[in-house]
Every structure is written in C-alpha cells, then in structure tokens.
Ligand binder design. Sequence first.
Ligand SMILES: Nc1ncnc2c1ncn2[C@@H]1O[C@H](COP(=O)(O)OP(=O)(O)O)[C@@H](O)[C@H]1O
Ligand SMILES: [Mg+2]
Length: 848
Amino acid sequence: MAAEATPLMRQYNSIKQQVPGALLFFRLGDFYELFFEDAVTAARELEITLTSRNKDAEQPVPMCGVPHHAADGYLVRLIAKGFRVAICEQMELPSPGKKLVRREITRIVTPGTATDSNMLRSRENNYLAAVARNKDRAGVAYVDVSTGEFRCTELALDEVVPALESWNVREVLLPEGATLDGVRNKTSVDPWIFDNDYADRLLKEHFTLLSLDGCGLAGRPLATAAAGAILHYLRDTQRAALNHVERPSFFDRGESMVLDSVTVRNLELIDPLFAGESKESTLVSVLDATMTGMGGRLLRRRLLRPSVTESEINARLDAVETLLKDTILRAELRKILVQILDLERLLAKITLGSASPRELLAMGRSLAKIPDLNRLLNENRFDEIAEVRDRILQGIADDPPVNLNDSGTIRDGVHPELDELRDLSRNSKQYLANIEVRERQRTGINSLKVRFNNVFGYYIEISKTNLDRVPADYDRKQTLVGAERFITPELKELEGKILAAEEKMLEIERTIFTEIRSFAAAHAERIRLLAGAIAEIDLNAGLAQVAAENRYTRPRFTQGGELRIAAGRHPVIEQLALRDAQRFIPNDVSLDSSGEYLAIITGPNMGGKSTYLRQVALISILAQMGSFVPADEAALPIVDRVFTRIGASDNLARGRSTFMVEMTETAVILNTATKNSLIILDEIGRGTSTYDGLALAWAVVEFIHERIGARTLFATHYHELTELADRLKGVRNLHVAVKESGDQIIFLRKVLAGAADRSYGIEVARLAALPMSVIERAREILALHEEAEQTVVAVSAHAPAEPQGPMQIRLFEPVNGNIAERIRSLKLDELRPIEALQLLAELQKELQ
Ligand SMILES: Nc1ncnc2c1ncn2[C@@H]1O[C@H](COP(=O)(O)OP(=O)(O)O)[C@@H](O)[C@H]1O
Ligand SMILES: [Mg+2]
C-alpha cells in the first residue's frame, strides 16, 4: 500500500491482518466496504461494481461496497459459495470532533457457523465439524451453532468421510497440512488448536468442569482434540458468549442404527436421488408433519440415526400411540405448537448478542404458549420459564422496530425517565406546532413553516415574496431560490432539548433491551432443555398425525431374528400412487435368521422389485426411529445397519466408472455387515458384462450366506441366480407376478414365492411399442444366445439363410457397410439380450 496511507487505510490494514483467510466487510457509515483483493473477489462473485477509493492516485485502491441494511443477502451468497466473511463494525458513533472511529471485528461468518435465518434451512441442522486423526483412527466432533448441539465420536479413519457426508456437515476443520481424501468444504486451521492438552484445558475452562469424564471423553484423546478445536474456532469466529452451546457429548456410532451415505441417498431418506428433482420422492417429505423448526430437525436426526435400543424405541412408540389415539388432544396440541417459533435458533441469537428487538419478543411470545401446553396435557410437563417470559413481554413493546437504532423498542411504563423524555419529546413537537401557528399570526405570513434538517436543526422558512414581513428577531441562516431560512433563540433552545431527549431515549432503550436480552441468555440452559422437550412432543404429534392419515400400524420387535411384514407398503410410492388415483399393492415379507433369510427376487422390468426391496428397508428404519409403519402388521428384528446398493445401470447419472463404484460399495457391505444387518441389493453386477456380473452376483450371495448371515433381499435380472435356492439352505426365491393375457402382460405387483419363469425384457419392449419386426428378431437372437451360452458365435453365422424381410436385405447393402461392420465387431459374450434389442432398434432407425 502506498506510503501516504490515510489513517483510515492504516486502520483497515491492521484489522485485515487479523483475518487473512476471510473477506473483510469494513463498515464505513451506511456501507460495508471491501478493498484490494477482497474487493476484486467480491465484485466478481456478487456481480457488483468495482470502483476505487482514490481514483486519481498513482495506485488507486480497488473498492466495492454493499449497503449495510442489505448486507445479509450478499453475505448469504458469499457463504453459499464457501467464503468466510469477517464483519468489522464501527464501535462508536461518529461525532464532529473525532477523526477516526474505533472499529472491531464483531464476528466471522463461515458456512459452518451461520446463525442467521437467511443462511439456514429451518428444518435442517447446520453442522461444523473438526477431525483429529492419527494413523488409522479419527476423532470427529460437530456442532450446530444455531441450535447449540455439540457431539463427538471416534471412528476408523475410512469411516470418517462417509460419516461427515451422512451428517451433511457444511464445514470441516482440519489442521493445516493434514489431508483427508474426499472431504468437502474443508477449512485449514492452525495445527496447535488440535493439541490434546490445550483441548482438555479449554473445554474444562469453558464449560466450568473439573473433568471431561462426564461428557464421555475420558480416554478419548482424539475426540477431545476435535471438540477442543471446534470450541477454539467458535470462540474465534463468534466473539460472543457461547452459553447456548451444550457440553460436548460422546456417542458411539454403534448406539444407533448405522446408515451409510450411499444408503441414505439410495433410499431417498432426505434428498431425492438426483439433485434438482422434487422432494416428494423423499421419505422425509411424507413423514414431516412437525410444526416447529426444532421438531423438524429432530425428525431428520432420528431418521438418520434410528435407535437400536428396544426400550427406547418402545417408549417413543408409546408416546406416538397415545397421541394417535387421542385425536382431539393431537389437534389441540398442534394448534399450539404451530405458534411456537424456533426456540433453539432464537436462543442462539440471544446468547450471541445478535437478536433484534423482534426476535427477543418472538422468544417471549413463544414462551407465553407453554402454559397452554401444560394446561392441555393437564400436568406441568414443560418449564414455563415465567421470569424470562414476563421480563420480555413486560419490557418489549408490542410492535418493536427491526433495528435497535430506531426508537420504540421498550414499552411505556417500564422506565420513568424514558416515559418523561417521551412526554417531553411529544410535548416539544406540539410546542413546535404551536410556535408555527403563533408566528404565522404575528407576522401575517400564512405560508410560514417550522421545519427540521440535519445541517442546522429547526428553522423557520419564509418564501421570497414575504421577506419584507420578517421580524427583526429572526436570524438568517440560508438563502434558497424561492425562500430564506431563519432561526430564533427560542427554536434553538427547544431543539437542544429535543435532540438531547431523543439521544437519551435511544440510549435508555438500548440499555434496557440489552439487559433483558442478557437476562434471557442467562437462562440458556433451561430454554435449551425446553426446546428439546418441545421438539420431542412436536415430533411425536407429527408422527401420530402421519400414522393416522396413512393408516400406519405399530411395529413389534422380535428376538430370534424373524422379520415378518403383512401387507407392507412403500410409504412414498404409496403417496404418489394415491395422487394419481392409482392403487398401491401391498406385499408380505418373511425372512428368518434361523430359516430362509436371503431372498432372490426375479421378474420383469417394471414389475415392482425395487419398490418391494426399498419398502422393507424403509419400514425397518421407520420402526427403529420410533414411527408407526405402513403395513397391516410388522414384526421386526432390531437391525444394526441397513445397506442398500443399486446396480450401476440404474444409477448412470453418477458418472465415474460405474462398475468400479458398484464393486467398491459392495465391498463395504461384505466387510462391515453383521448377522443383525439388513442388506438390500438391487441388480448389482449390472455394470459389467453378463458373465462377469453373474459370477460376481453369485459369489456375493454365497459370501453373505456363508459368512455374514444377514437378512438380505437381492433383486436380479440374472435368472441363473435362482438356482442358488436349491443349493443353499438360507436362500429362497421370490418373484413379482405378471399376468399374460393374449399378447399383453399385466403387472400384478404381487410378490410371490418361487422364481419367475423367464426374462420378460422382450415383452416389456413390446409394451414400449417397438416395431414388431424388431421384437421378432430379438426373440431369435435371444434364442441363439441361450443356445450358445458357452461358445462365442457371430450373429451373422446364424442369420437366416434366406432374407425374410426388408430389414435383412438392407443390412447387406453396400451403402450400409458401416452397419455390417458394427455387427461384425460386436462382442456377443458381453452383450445382454436387452442391449442387443436396443442395438437392433438403433440400427433399424438408421436404416429407415
Ligand atoms: N406394489 C406396487 N403397487 C403399485 N405400484 C407399484 C408397486 N410396486 C411398484 N409399483 C410401480 O411400478 C413401477 C416400477 O417398479 P420398480 O420397483 O421400479 O420395478 P422393477 O425394479 O421391478 O423394475 C414403479 O414406478 C411404481 O410406481
Ligand atoms: Mg428395479
């Protein structure tokens, strides 16, 4: 920077040095300005104009700015793009005598520490994580600053990235220089903040604990280090009390059902399989009837971490059942809940000192609904926190301003001096009006006005034509085109009083407001517990509502490994079918660890195999999260993990070498599934040639049967796999039924015992209205192919000796020599019937 830096730019530079990795929003009056590189970056990302501060200097300083009242919108966009933004505020009011106002960084906003509702999705947690690792293990801690949740665990190193993904973490702290393959949104921080001793000391001091044993952190150095790094980072970025953040609590992933990120995605628990698709294909869209933000977030957490403890699950189901049965109670409850705002996020803003008058009032009004809940339930179940509620409602006005810098935050009657000043200010305004009337009479100038501006305060304005009637005691201040402005000693005195009063009033309002906000913040722990209890009842009422609307039943849990579902339905497809006025066909499921626990499902495309598989997985997850399930009856084992893998060709949009992905994902199952897991395999082996795929699928089934013993559902187009049922004791065949009527096939969507009799690929093609000649030819190829299973044969060798139709004749016309070449170069051992069919369709199209 140039040697003749102004004091302002010197101040800027010293502040910028404190936050090298962040864009600095530097408050200058009504704007946040960015300078130098920051300005160039922000102008590009926000598409705003880049200017310069001293245009005529040799080295102008690049600059851009955003108005402070609109800053949030720009912040949201920068954070969404992964930037960190440091906010530097003016810490005192500019006044005429002072050259440079004091400025300080008040907070640093990062993707993982956002607390502003503009940056958050109300029903989703916003997690910041930290990973501390050694050679093969890692400690992972994560926090949601907007709600206060703070947890940590230890994992094998290769489980870390999938875990972060399944928690949908927004920002991951790693020590500078450390790597973790596949991690997204990483922020590098000083390695020393991961130091174990430092973490131990910092956590104890912050949470005023003598030891971390109560958090479950004894003997867990990696988890402790990760939690310490998080706390350090929070203190650094938030620069405010963090009273709403709970103590870190250690959890073991084994304490809940493990759903890896592939499974979460395949089952569309939270997000649709393909980004951008509508959310209606997700389980959460069917299940979320919660009324509050915290209830919605609890639902998502439960869905991603269902319980494995039967007593806990049953207690949750009891609560849902009570509310399911009492329709009136449920309706009344939900009517109250919908009026309770997001206590967790309001609390976060209150303790961080960023809650506005309206937000503080929202907390008070929400607390005011708690007594209604207690009355309705006929017990004192919820802490009403009356002192906080009353303090807020008695202090804050009914319709306070958004901004604390505007007056009107505090009610009349709260503070005698404030009331007096308000009187004075109101009276003075009346007094001013009186002056205007009196002066008009005195001077006889009817257009005389008393007005105010920032430059010289209150004045009297008189138009040019009346200037000859101005009294001698008026003091001329300004001449305009059509008028002149005057002041009088009387006006000056009054003005002094009014301005002083207004400043004083704002000051008093600010003080009272801050006191009330701090008072509420001091009750953070109680408010947090209350919010948790509200989330719980809201979730239960929501689940009861869904169960009532969709006729779900209460699942039962079995001990011996038996899984039996009578008339089970797919919770999401059922809704979509309903919407299209279609009927969903329920199906039974029966798997038993001590009998047949591995089912091979065959049948034509579109027969309903994938739907059947997924509905079993979804019912298991629903039951263990504490929800009723879409079935007439469900007796289920407690499952430790659910795995879902979908064959590559059903999943093409994901790019990468699909077969490789498929095999890697399958390897994870074979390595981590246990006897108590539920495995769903949908057409795996598809991403490679027929024989390889079949061989692999076969080997996978054998492995699961012999080494794992997990309940497994395997849908496949390899008819050969059905032989396994004869060879292996635990394997049974199922098929989706179809009815052939004439040359039509009708999907019955019923799952029945036994193998399907044949592949219906060609029949489905007929349904898709392929030309008859193509279908016929496909039949021939299929027949040849089945004959020639072991020997490689060229299709041309079996071509009919005498050309029978126009297609074959044209095939060998010279003009289409390239088509002949394509057929010649076919690798028939890698070609599946359906692919042959597709190729034929293509060729025919080219020939037409
Ligand atoms: N039990 C059912 N009742 C009604 N419709 C169903 C049922 N199962 C599947 N479907 C419908 O049939 C279509 C094909 O089902 P899918 O499970 O993808 O078949 P497959 O995996 O055998 O090709 C789905 O889009 C779904 O809408
Ligand atoms: Mg399918």
